[in-house]
Design a protein around this ligand. Sequence first.
Ligand SMILES: [Zn+2]
Length: 439
Amino acid sequence: MAKVLRWCAAIALVVFGMIGTAPAEEPRAAASTSAEAVETIDESEPVAVPEPSEKAMTYYRTGMGWWAFNRVWGLALPALIVFSGFSSRLRTLAARVGRGWFGTVAVFLPLYLLVTALIELPIDYYQGFVRPHAYGLSNQSHAKWLTDLALGLGVNMAVGVLIAWGLYALLRRSPRRWWLYTALGSIPFLLAGAFVMPIWIDPLFNDFGPMKDKELERSILDLAGRAGIESGRVFEVDKSVDTETVNAYVTGFLGSKRIVLWDTLLKRLGEREVLFVMAHEMGHYALGHVLRSILSSFVLTLAGLYFVHRAAPAVIARFHARLGFDRLSDVASAPLILLLVQVAMLALNPAAMAYSRHQEHEADRFAIELTGMNRSGASAFVKLQTQNLGNPRPGWVYKIFRASHPSIGERIDFCNNYRPRRDSAGRPIAEPPGGPLED
Ligand SMILES: [Zn+2]
């Protein structure tokens, strides 16, 4: 799962608290399957990659259009707000209300987030509500959509103000090294954020509880034991109020580490498919991906902030009259920082995506080695593709800029072809350098 992406987003946009609250995408599928009899499945039988439906291809193509629009819009909106002088007027207002630097930041940032949220409301509504409903992918009511939006905005305001205090304090005190100190200072917050997110933030949006199917829970915990994960916690979340799609993810850090299953996944996948998806999640756990993703976020943050540090003074020197401020340490520069961070992230995103795909592939490999359920894995991916209107073989723009996971086609191919040799006890023998062994 793309924790990388989630944390990238968290960091890239962290400055203004635009933290994504949606869990990263994971094997999602729908379609009811009758409980598969465990004994009757030949796990070595290959599974064909289905052709995407016309509806799926339309969803994919329009999705690419929206993706391109969002990239441009993400630059255009902060540019408009800062270059029109609106940001500086907003800061003057905030200074009058807030008095003193501390209060100014605390008033400016929520105001800025509120204004942008209102401007973006129609776009968010179309992309987050109308479009998924039109394709039969969403169950969300208007009320739930609005509540989630308001909650998200509230969380962003609170987190955004905290981050802005730190960032602007460092900008004022150390104009030459602020980017380094901010990145270093973000590490404890990233760790704390990873710890707190599943306990305090996620439950604001949905109900998390223990698994209802105790037998399946036992199978999952058995699997976790074999994967070397002790006292693993498995939670079930009521995502069926929001979506038709299916997902599972690992989250948390230290004591808050957990595997979360959407109830939609439990309803629509067969038991062996669920176990394969769980084994994939356990792979993220066992291979230390949560911590690695936090580290990669740190590297991205450092690079992004350094870019801001180098580029912003030139922009301010040239346009200060228009901007209405002449120092980066003026909180009115917030949209400019956001704009430059977005530019940096556009350039850095392909590397972040490639790293995420690598982790996802390793988790798939782990799942096959742990369970030997090649066919169940492949059939889970088939459901994911058909029910979520996926394109199993997306084009290169999608692959480079958007794909946090290997394509569904590649994942099914891998399930069909990767046959780790097993010892007499059925445990996989480590693959030699040079590729998987054929049976
Ligand atoms: Zn994953």
